[in-house]
Design a protein around this ligand. Sequence first.
Ligand SMILES: Cc1cc2nc3c(=O)[nH]c(=O)nc-3n(C[C@H](O)[C@H](O)[C@H](O)COP(=O)(O)O)c2cc1C
Length: 184
Amino acid sequence: MNTVNILAISGSLRGQSLNSTLLRAVISMIPSQETVVNYSEMAQLPHFNPDLDIDDADTAVANWRRLLKEANGVLICTPEYAKGVPGSLKNALDWVVSSGEFVSKPVAVISASPHPDGGSTANNSLLGTLAMMSASVVEGGTLTVPFINQKLGSNEEIIDSELRLNIENLLNALFQEINNNVVS
Ligand SMILES: Cc1cc2nc3c(=O)[nH]c(=O)nc-3n(C[C@H](O)[C@H](O)[C@H](O)COP(=O)(O)O)c2cc1C
């Protein structure tokens, strides 16, 4: 069976980001025979400008597009900023609206927040953007995580059993969709 290639994206640039920590914990739950690239160049992307949205775009943009193109599936874990998607993540997504790397791409979306609603407004907004880009957000592949500050241990492990189960289900849904795509 072919190795699955996942691109993992944190919506936070913060060094001690809870979302980036959760994303690493989620990646550690993915079977080791699969390939996971944890995207680390979001801060290098220039501000989106349609005048610069061309085939031989800036190097960071070209890398971002290539990583997305090579991925069989995408896993996003993001905070909510001011009831929306963080600007850095939205900027990254704007760079691939016209180039189309998200079209039909299986995607799972997690939003995590220390606050009680788990960043649900950002999560919904992100789903709207992904739908506009014709991404294939998988059934069972969305999760909002409230009180994330209480659910991660000192070794970056998920210490909340319900969250762990929810993540397992989300990963199963993502991999099932990817495998369906590979077979069909
Ligand atoms: C500018 C700013 C705006 C924020 N707005 C929200 C918000 O609308 N909803 C929310 O749940 N948390 C909000 N927060 C709190 C974040 O959820 C919290 O800081 C979280 O830890 C950020 O994610 P990170 O740890 O992955 O960087 C905001 C934080 C910042 C810095």
